[in-house]
Design a protein around this ligand. Sequence first.
Ligand SMILES: O=C([O-])C(=O)C[C@H](O)[C@@H](O)C(=O)[O-]
Length: 312
Amino acid sequence: MARFTPAELAAHLKDGLLSFPVTAFTADLAFDEAAYRAHVEWQSSYDVAGLFAAGGTGEGFSLTPAESAAVVRAAVESSRPEVPVLASAGGATWQAVANAEAAEAAGAEGLLVLPPYLTECDQEGLEAHVDAIASATSLAIIVYNRGNAIYSAETVARLADRHENFIGFKDAIGDIEHLAKVYARNGDRLFYLGGLPTAETFALPLLQMGMSTYSSALFNFVPEFALDFYRDVRAQDRAAVTEKLTRFVLPYLEIRDRGRGYGVSIVKAGLRAVGRDAGPVRPPLHDLRKTEFADLSALIETAGVAPERIAA
Ligand SMILES: O=C([O-])C(=O)C[C@H](O)[C@@H](O)C(=O)[O-]
């Protein structure tokens, strides 16, 4: 039974920083539950508003349904009670419904609806997909506008009318015209969450588009820096945001962009660099090469962003 009603969860999430914990793996790529629990415990010891288990940065796309359920349960049990855990619902509609049921049973507070795999889909199909998931759970749901799942302003409005538990719109596309339409049509009925790769890069301009928060992958390994960054964004302190972009985020992007899929690999490399190893990534991703890891470690050092405490 969720502790937050959907409206309470939206109010809680919309004004704080959000993050997606990586999923720890052993050297032979099995789920490393002990390391994952320690990571979530550490992450939730900070002032973060919510943690999304088995999401994109959590390599949800490479987990079996049983592993995804185990990851969500471990996150719920390891997170500080004040920090709600949301799960992901992905793949085929029936798979996503099964994820939703497992997440509810595991004690998650909400769900992020990931794009369906592989196929193209139009508005009618997307609407039916979200209808099925929202009707199958009492958990709050957030749709993820990304890949093949691009929700029009009208689709979002119809879903919001029908489902009280539909609370949020997360975007990883960055189409300003589209975002303007979604926000103008749906306003405060939903909250809006930035989810572009390394979301800090876009956070200040997107605040003006109604996106009061974003999911920070950086929070995984530089939590104090990520929280300071969010505070500067919300204060609309352009000079402070620019300074942090210049000192760390933009040089970090230069390393991230050396490989496809490095949005996740570089976060695990960052954890290794700060002394909190969460193991390798699973295929189809691969880990950073030695020189890339060395460059990232040097950047963390020179930018002065390593976490001050590495235990929960
Ligand atoms: O599941 C996901 O797509 C994410 O993990 C989003 C990331 O947190 C993204 O916003 C980022 O890289 O900052």
